[in-house]
Ligand binder design. Structure first.
Ligand code: GLN
Length: 189
C-alpha cells in the first residue's frame, strides 16, 4: 500500500486519517520532520492556518515538507491546508488565499459542486472557508462559488476550500490515492 502522511499538528486531521485507512492506504500522522521521510503523498487538513504556521515553524517542517512536494509527491489540501500552500505561506502553489473569505457571519454553509472527473456533484461543507483570490496561469480552477474559486489544481497539488472528509465524501481522497499510486508505479517502473 502507498504510504501517505497527514499533517497532524492541529485541526481536523483525524477524519482524513480514518478515511484514508478505510480506502486502503497506509497512513502516518506527521508532527516532526522525520515523519515526512519516505512519504508517497501528503494531506494538509483544515484547522487554523495561524496555529498551523506556528507549529510548522516550531518543528522546522517548512523545508522538508516543501522538498517532498517539490519532488512531486501528490498533495491534497483542504481549507486551512489550502491556505498553507499559497504564496504567502509555504509558497508551494501559485495562488493567494483569502482567509474567512465568505464572511465571519457566514461561519459555515453547504453547497453541491460539480468537479471534473466526478459523475455526481460533491456535497461540500464550508467552515469559515477561504477562497482563492489570485492564481497564476499554471493553476486550473476546478470549482467556484458565486464566482470565487474554491477548488483548484496545479500539477499534482489539489486544494479545496471545503471539507470533503466531513460529509461522507470519499471521491477526492480516492482521486488523491490514485495520483499517489500512479506516482509510485512510475517511480518503480
Ligand atoms: N478559517 C481558517 C483559517 O483561516 C480555516 C478554516 C478551516 O480550515 N475550516 O485558517
Amino acid at each position: 500500500a502507498p504510504l501517505v502522511g497527514v499533517l497532524a499538528l492541529q485541526g481536523g486531521f483525524a477524519a482524513h486519517v480514518a478515511l484514508l485507512r478505510e480506502l486502503g492506504a497506509e497512513v502516518r500522522e506527521v508532527r516532526v520532520a522525520a515523519d515526512l521521510d519516505g512519504l508517497d503523498g501528503l494531506v494538509l487538513p483544515g484547522g487554523e492556518s495561524t496555529t498551523m504556521t506556528l507549529g510548522i515553524d516550531r518543528e522546522g517542517l517548512a523545508g522538508p515538507l516543501s522538498a517532498l512536494v517539490r519532488a512531486g509527491a501528490p498533495v491534497l489540501g483542504t481549507c486551512a491546508g489550502l491556505i498553507m500552500l499559497d504564496r504567502e505561506h509555504l509558497g508551494l502553489m501559485d495562488i493567494v488565499a483569502r482567509r474567512n473569505a465568505f464572511g465571519r457571519q457566514i461561519r459555515s454553509f453547504e453547497a453541491d459542486l460539480d468537479l471534473p472527473g466526478l459523475d455526481d456533484p460533491v456535497h461540500a461543507v464550508f467552515i469559515r472557508a477561504p477562497w482563492i483570490e489570485e492564481h497564476g496561469p499554471g493553476v486550473e480552477i476546478l470549482a467556484s462559488v458565486d464566482g470565487h474559486p474554491v477548488a483548484a489544481r496545479e500539477g499534482d497539488i489539489v486544494v479545496v476550500a471545503f471539507h470533503p472528509e466531513l460529509s461522507g465524501e470519499r471521491r477526492l481522497h480516492e482521486q488523491f490515492l490514485g495520483r499517489v499510486r500512479e506516482r509510485v508505479a512510475a517511480r518503480s517502473a
